[in-house]
Design a protein around this ligand. Structure first.
Ligand code: 5GP
Ligand code: MN
Length: 322
């Protein structure tokens, strides 16, 4: 089925529903929370009962400026008739046990497992919010300032501030439309990028000290241990973009962050020009995009062992598609 048909089917289902849950992936980013919150005013206007759910607690504070951020809850209502998931590649990343009565899955991950009853997956979209935007436009739904602020923030965060390969004329046209709807780009930029935490900078200093180059400078690893987090007072959110800075090293094609978590080692992979890191993440039970992917290697806490495994995968990925 083509996307336009799916947009129509989704809105037919939404019209029929009374009690709707909007859900996004655990450890949400700007796109996950932004996309789900963007639908809140729209569905309220349609007279629906709406719950915005995310299983993660606490939520990332840097997104607290998103309109209706304070509505996000980690409690599911007892009864609801429709769930819509945003930016979530697989059912297990929703952080819920029971299957919903009906699920619309809206996403742009190439690795999406199509776990919904309706699956609106557009891997060409720069953000899930762009899929939501296209869906609303197609159905003639008005996007107000609050929805637009959420959609725009999702677009900014998922394109690395309009820097990635995913950025094309459609992305800028959407951004322009969001500004017309009332979004203030300077406000969003200040909220996202001018409220840094000292603990994060202290953590960066320690993390950068661990950078290890490999593959003739084409790959780099960076490590974050629990001890580093404790000493600096950093929180998980503070680790979010460290791997991007390591990718920014001139010679680097693939950057990899390893973080010691309770369950094991969390890996975050980024590539710059051509390498497909989503394949590497999928090998370890994770997923993501060609240029940004991640996984958690559960029960494994040995950084050197994981790095050695990953070096082999990275070497292979560097040879392909170049
Ligand atoms: P990050 O490295 O920032 O955690 O994630 C980069 C991308 O990979 C995001 O699009 C994220 O949704 C995806 N991703 C990260 N970790 C996992 C994981 O464990 N499983 C899956 N399926 N995707 C992941
Ligand atoms: Mn996304």
């Amino acid at each position: 089925m083509n996307l336009n048909n799916l947009y129509e089917k989704a809105f037919e289902k939404i019209k029929e529903a009374n009690n709707i849950v909007l859900i996004s992936h655990i450890n949400p980013d700007g796109d996950a929370l932004g996309s789900s919150l963007s639908m809140y005013p729209i569905l309220k206007r349609m007279g629906k009962k709406v719950t915005v759910f995310n299983a993660t607690k606490p939520l990332p504070l840097y997104l607290d400026f998103l309109p209706n951020f304070n509505k996000v809850t980690d409690k599911l209502p007892k009864d609801y008739d429709l769930m819509i998931s945003f930016d979530c590649g697989s059912f297990d990343r929703l952080g819920i046990e029971e299957k919903p009565p009906f699920l619309i899955n809206i996403d742009h991950h190439i690795s999406n497992t199509e776990y919904g009853d309706i699956n609106i997956i557009d891997p060409k979209a720069a953000s899930t919010s762009q899929v939501v935007y296209n869906c609303c436009k197609h159905n003639g739904i008005e996007i107000d300032k609050d929805s637009a602020t959420c959609m725009y923030t999702a677009l900014v965060t998922d394109t690395g501030s309009f820097q990635y390969d995913s950025v094309d004329d459609k992305v800028f046209l959407m951004a322009a439309d969001m500004v017309k709807a009332g979004v203030e780009p300077a406000f969003v930029a200040k909220m996202l990028f001018q409220r840094d935490r000292l603990s994060r900078l202290r953590l960066l200093a320690k993390a950068y000290d661990t950078i290890e180059m490999c593959c003739d400078g084409e790959a780099a690893f960076v490590e974050i241990t629990k001890e580093m987090m404790e000493i600096t007072g950093a929180i998980k959110d503070d680790t979010d973009t460290i791997v991007n800075s390591v990718r920014a090293i001139a010679t680097v094609e693939i950057a990899c962050m390893l973080r010691e978590d309770d369950e094991g080692i969390k890996i975050s992979l980024r590539s710059k020009n051509y390498a497909d890191v989503s394949k590497i993440a999928q090998k370890y039970g994770g997923g993501g995009h060609i240029r940004a992917a991640g996984a958690t290697i559960k029960g494994e806490f040995d950084f050197e062992k994981v790095k050695n495994m990953l070096k082999e995968d990275i070497k292979k990925a560097l040879k392909e598609n170049r």
